[in-house]
Design a binder for this molecule. Structure first.
Ligand code: ADP
Length: 578
C-alpha cells in the first residue's frame, strides 16, 4: 500500500497501535529516568547532610577542646571531664562517618557487580556474643528495652561470611532502634536444618513508627528513603536496606518486612549457612555479654615496631595506639628514611603506608625484596601495608602481587591494630575491668544493701569507665575529682554564706558534668537542679522560691557530695588492693 498521500502518512491499524505502544514506553522510560535522577539528587543532598553533620561535630568539639584547655578559669579536674566528653563526641561522629563511607563503597560495589561474599568458618554464638552487648547498649542508650529470644538448639558451627552476616543483622537492629521512640526492640533467632544447611530465621521487631503500606515496596530500592513527617528528621542515607537485600541475594537468603504504621515493624531475614559440625549455639548465654573482645587487649612489651607514613597525624595515631600496647614504636616520614632505618636496625614488625610521595610503600617493598643482602637485619620481619585503599581485591593485590605480609585499612581502631599485631606477635592478654557491680562498691555511707539502686551516692562505674575510655583513665579522673573536693566544699559554703550565687553556680555547674563523667548520675542530676535554681536567681526570675530551694537543699546537697566522694574513695581503695 502507498504510505504517503499528499502530506499525510498512512498507517495500518497495527502500525498505528505499535506507534502508540512505543510512545507509551518512551513516556514510561522518561518517567523512570526522571524518578531515578531525582532519587540520585535527593541522595546526594542527603549524603552531603550525612557527612556534614558528623563533620560539624568533629570540628566543633575539637574547637571546644582547644578553648577548654586554654581557659584559665576552668579547673584541671573539670577540664579533664569536659575534654573526655568532647572526645567521645568526636569518636562517635568519626564512626558515623565511617559507616556512611563504607555504605557508599558497598553501593558502588553493587552497581559495578563486584559485591562479594567471602565464606569462612565461624561460630554463630561467638558472633552473637560480640553483637548483642552492642545492640543492648544502643537500645538502652535510647531508653528502649532490648530482648533476645534465641533457639540455642540450632547448629552454631557453620561456614559463611560472618562479617556480612553481622552487617545485615546490625543494620536491621540499628534501624529498629533508630525508628523507635519508646518500647522495645526484640531479636529472635529460630531456624531449621535442611540437608547440610541450617537456615537461620532472624527477626527484629520494634514498637516504633512503622511504615505505611504503600511505602513497603520501595524499601529496598537504592537511594530511597521513605520520606514522611516522622523520618524526615532522622539521619540516614537510604542505603542500608539496599545493601542488606543485595547481600542476602548473594548468600541465597531473603528478607521480609511486616509493618503496622504507628505501631511497629518486623524485619525477618533468612540466611542459609553450611553446617560444619553438630555443635549447637547452646554455648551462648545472653548475659555473658561483656566477654566480647571489646575489652580484651594485648600488651606487646618492648616490641620494636616501625611506622612509615608521610602524614604526621596518621603516625601519631598509630604510635599512640602502639604505646598504649606497651610496644616500642618508631616512625619514618618517607620511604627513603624508612629504607635507611630498615637497613640499620632490626624491627619486629613494620607498618608502611602505600601512597607516599617520591618513594611509595610498594616501591619500598620492591627495593627491599630485590636487595635482600642490604636489609638482612629484617629478612624475617613482617611488612604490613597500612592504606586507605579499601576497594574490593585491594588486600589480595597488596599481599599476592606486591609481596606485603599483611594489610590494615585506614582509618583503623585500636582493636583492629591490636588484631593485626596479634597475628604476628605473641602478646600478653589483658582485659579492661568493667568495675561495676563489684559487691561493696555499690554501697555508700550507712551501707545500703548491696545492689540497691537509686541512692544519691550511687556511682555507675561501668558507664564512667566507658565515658573515660578505660579503667586507668577513669581512676585518674576520679582521683582529680576527689582532689578538689575540699576546695569545692569551701567555695560552696562561702557562696551560700555570702549569697554569692555566681560562684555557687560555678561550682555546681562543674560538679554537674564532672559527676556525670565519673558515673555519679544521680548526684549530677541533683547538681543540675541546683544549678538551674541559681540560674533563675541570677536572671531574677522566681527569686524567692529559688532562694528558698537553695537554702533548704544546702545541707542535703553537701551531704550528698560527701557521700559520693566517700563511695568513690572506697572504690579507688578497692581497685588498688585488688
Ligand atoms: P536509612 O535508615 O539510612 O534511611 P535504610 O535503607 O536502612 O536507610 O532504610 C530505608 C528506609 O526504611 C528508612 O529511611 C526508613 O524510612 C525505613 N525503615 C527502615 N527500618 C525501619 C523501621 N524499623 N521502622 C520504621 N521505618 C524503617
Amino acid at each position: 500500500m502507498e504510505k504517503y498521500k499528499d502530506d499525510k502518512v498512512i498507517l495500518t491499524k497495527e502500525e498505528y497501535q505499535s506507534l502508540l505502544d512505543i510512545n507509551e514506553k518512551l513516556a514510561d522510560a522518561e518517567k523512570r529516568a526522571n524518578a531515578a535522577n531525582k532519587a540520585k539528587s535527593d541522595f546526594l543532598s542527603s549524603m552531603s547532610h550525612e557527612i556534614r553533620t558528623p563533620m560539624n561535630t568533629v570540628l566543633g568539639m575539637n574547637e571546644l577542646i582547644r578553648m577548654t584547655l586554654a581557659d584559665p578559669d576552668i579547673m584541671i579536674g573539670e577540664k579533664i571531664g569536659r575534654v573526655i566528653g568532647y572526645s567521645n563526641g568526636i569518636q562517635h561522629s568519626g564512626e558515623m562517618l565511617l559507616y556512611v563511607i563504607n555504605d557508599i563503597l558497598d553501593i558502588s560495589r553493587i552497581e559495578s557487580g563486584k559485591l562479594e561474599i567471602r565464606p569462612g568458618e565461624y561460630r554463630m554464638h561467638k558472633l552473637l556474643d560480640d553483637m548483642i552487648p552492642l545492640f543492648r547498649a544502643s537500645a538502652e542508650g535510647k531508653n528502649l528495652f532490648f530482648e533476645t529470644e534465641i533457639d540455642t538448639g540450632l547448629p552454631g558451627h557453620v561456614e559463611g561470611d560472618d562479617v556480612r552476616v553481622r552487617q545485615i543483622v546490625t543494620n536491621i537492629v540499628n534501624n529498629a532502634v533508630k525508628y523507635t521512640r519508646e518500647g522495645k526492640v526484640c531479636l529472635k533467632i529460630s531456624g531449621r536444618v535442611s540437608g547440610d544447611t541450617v537456615i537461620y530465621d532472624m527477626s527484629v521487631s520494634d514498637t516504633g513508627i512503622g511504615i505505611k503500606q504503600e511505602n513497603l515496596e520501595h524499601l529496598f530500592d537504592a537511594f530511597e528513603r521513605v520520606d514522611s513527617e516522622e523520618t524526615h528528621y532522622i539521619e540516614g542515607t537510604g542505603l542500608g536496606l539496599t545493601i542488606v537485600k543485595n547481600l542476602l541475594d548473594l548468600m541465597g537468603g531473603s528478607i521480609e518486612v511486616d509493618s503496622v504504621y504507628g505501631e511497629g515493624t518486623v524485619f525477618t531475614v533468612h540466611i542459609p549457612q553450611r553446617m560444619l559440625s553438630d555443635e549447637k549455639i547452646k554455648d551462648y548465654t545472653p548475659d555473658i555479654g561483656l566477654s566480647s573482645k571489646e575489652n580484651k587487649h594485648h600488651y606487646y612489651r618492648g616490641c620494636k615496631v616501625l611506622v612509615v607514613d608521610d602524614n604526621q597525624t596518621n603516625i601519631k595515631v598509630a604510635t599512640s595506639f602502639l604505646e598504649r600496647m606497651k610496644a616500642a614504636p618508631e616512625s619514618a616520614l618517607s620511604g627513603r628514611e624508612a629504607l635507611e632505618l630498615i637497613r640499620q636496625k632490626h624491627y619486629d614488625l613494620i607498618f608502611i603506608d602505600h601512597m607516599m610521595p617520591e618513594l611509595s610503600g610498594v616501591k619500598v617493598i620492591k627495593k627491599i625484596k630485590s636487595d635482600p643482602g642490604s636489609y638482612a637485619l629484617n629478612k624475617d620481619t613482617p611488612f604490613v601495608v597500612m592504606t586507605a585503599n579499601a576497594v574490593v581485591g585491594a588486600k589480595e593485590k597488596y599481599i599476592n602481587e606486591y609481596g606485603f605480609d599483611g594489610y590494615i585499612a585506614k582509618p583503623f581502631r585500636f582493636a583492629e591494630l591490636d588484631d593485626v599485631m596479634s597475628t604476628y606477635i605473641q602478646g600478653e592478654e589483658y582485659a579492661e575491668e568493667p568495675a561495676s557491680g563489684k559487691g561493696p562498691m555499690r554501697g555508700g555511707p550507712g551501707g545500703p544493701p548491696p545492689g540497691a539502686r537509686g541512692e544519691i551516692w550511687d556511682i555507675d562505674f561501668e558507664s564512667g569507665i566507658e565515658v573515660c575510655g578505660n579503667a586507668g583513665t577513669y581512676n585518674a579522673v576520679a582521683e582529680t575529682y576527689l582532689d578538689i573536693q575540699e576546695e569545692n566544699v569551701r567555695k560552696l559554703a562561702e557562696g551560700m554564706n555570702s549569697e554569692d550565687w555566681e560562684s555557687y553556680r560555678l561550682v555546681v555547674h562543674a560538679l554537674k558534668s564532672s559527676s556525670m563523667t565519673i558515673g555519679a548520675k544521680n548526684f549530677s542530676g541533683f547538681s543540675m537542679t541546683v544549678e538551674s535554681a541559681t540560674n533563675e536567681i541570677i536572671d531574677g526570675s522566681d527569686k524567692e522560691k529559688n532562694l528558698g530551694y537553695l537554702r533548704g537543699s544546702y545541707n542535703s546537697y553537701m551531704a550528698a557530695y560527701s557521700a559520693v566522694c566517700e563511695n568513690l574513695r572506697r572504690h579507688l581503695a578497692s581497685v588498688k588492693h585488688a
